[in-house]
Design a protein around this ligand. Structure first.
Ligand code: LIP
Length: 291
């Protein structure tokens, strides 16, 4: 097998992202919830399947030697291997999509040895494309280098000054729900009452879009447990190329696996501040995520 040409793969993924965007923009989503997977917060539509089918067919034709790992055709018996693999979410932010809330994207990643190497994320509602190639930088709309503030990026200065991305996810019972909700409470609570008093929370409804916002530097960090490799693979490259770091969503894990399902992403900034923010964040986690 020849060595993957990352630039060529990037360019092909960009062309597929725009094609997927056309399907999404021409869709007539229905928010009646008829396409529930696990529950009414975990949805799939005919458009998720149509977009994944277009993408997998195109990728298998152009790159028959590479593996494909997509949300809608995921088989738990076939986890991601070390082989060069496309890791794809046809519509990340499906709940937003069915409500026509304009934050959904196609997330197209490529990993080698389970390390993200190319990432393309496209929100067809706002026509914004984020992309990155390992070692070659990350860009918005292929022209603006990330992070947006470039060399003038501000140092991180702790949770009270941080805009924090979180997601409720679709698991609404059990220990993971408890950990998330109690952690949100502690993060938001005033210092006098023992909390971190973060500046505020945002939930874009898509892991990929949250991580791209952290890569841009418009949010400081993103914490989630329960999302999947296809939600994070593409945006992870963009984050790393914008100087950000990804660690485990549970305390102590400075390394985290692509399919680890627990993630804490920190924006680009001087390294000491990133590590301090990670440790400060971990200290407020109530319990452990059990994904
Ligand atoms: C969604 C994620 C979101 C998370 C949801 C879900 P989908 O992906 O991006 O951040 O909270 O549980 O995994 O289902 O829209 O592709």
């Amino acid at each position: 097998m020849s060595t993957p040409n990352l630039k060529e793969i990037h360019d092909f993924l960009v062309s597929l992202a725009y094609k997927a965007g056309d399907i999404i923009n021409n869709a007539l989503p229905d928010n009646s919830g008829t396409g529930s997977k696990k529950n009414s917060a975990d949805l799939v539509t005919e458009y998720d399947r149509a977009v994944e089918n277009m993408i997998s067919t195109s990728l298998k034709e152009k790159y028959p030697d590479y593996e494909f790992h997509g949300e809608e055709t995921y088989d738990p018996a076939s986890p991601i291997t070390d082989a060069p693999t496309f890791v794809v979410d046809p519509i990340d932010g499906t709940v937003n999509f069915v409500h026509s809330f304009p934050y959904a994207c196609v997330s197209l990643g490529f990993a080698i040895s389970r390390v993200p190497a190319v990432g393309v994320v496209y929100n067809p509602f706002t026509k914004t494309l984020w992309s990155g190639i390992r070692g070659q930088g990350a860009f918005r709309n292929q022209e603006t280098r990330l992070p947006l503030k470039g060399d003038n990026v501000e140092p991180l200065s702790g949770l009270p000054n941080a805009l924090v991305a979180i997601e409720w996810g679709s698991d609404r019972t059990g220990p993971n729900w408890e950990t998330k909700v109690r952690t949100f409470e502690k993060l938001g609570q005033s210092k006098e009452d023992g909390g971190a008093m973060v500046r505020s929370f945002r939930s874009l409804g898509s892991a990929a879009l949250n991580i791209c916002a952290v890569a841009e530097g418009t949010m400081d960090l993103y914490w989630e447990g329960g999302c999947w490799a296809w939600d994070v693979c593409a945006a992870w490259v963009i984050l790393a190329e914008a100087g950000g770091i990804m660690v485990d969503g549970n305390p102590g894990g400075w390394e985290t696996a692509l399919d680890g399902r627990r993630y804490l992403a920190i924006r680009g900034a001087p390294e000491a501040g990133q590590k301090e923010l990670v440790e400060e964040f971990w200290s407020y986690i109530q319990g452990r995520l059990e994904y």
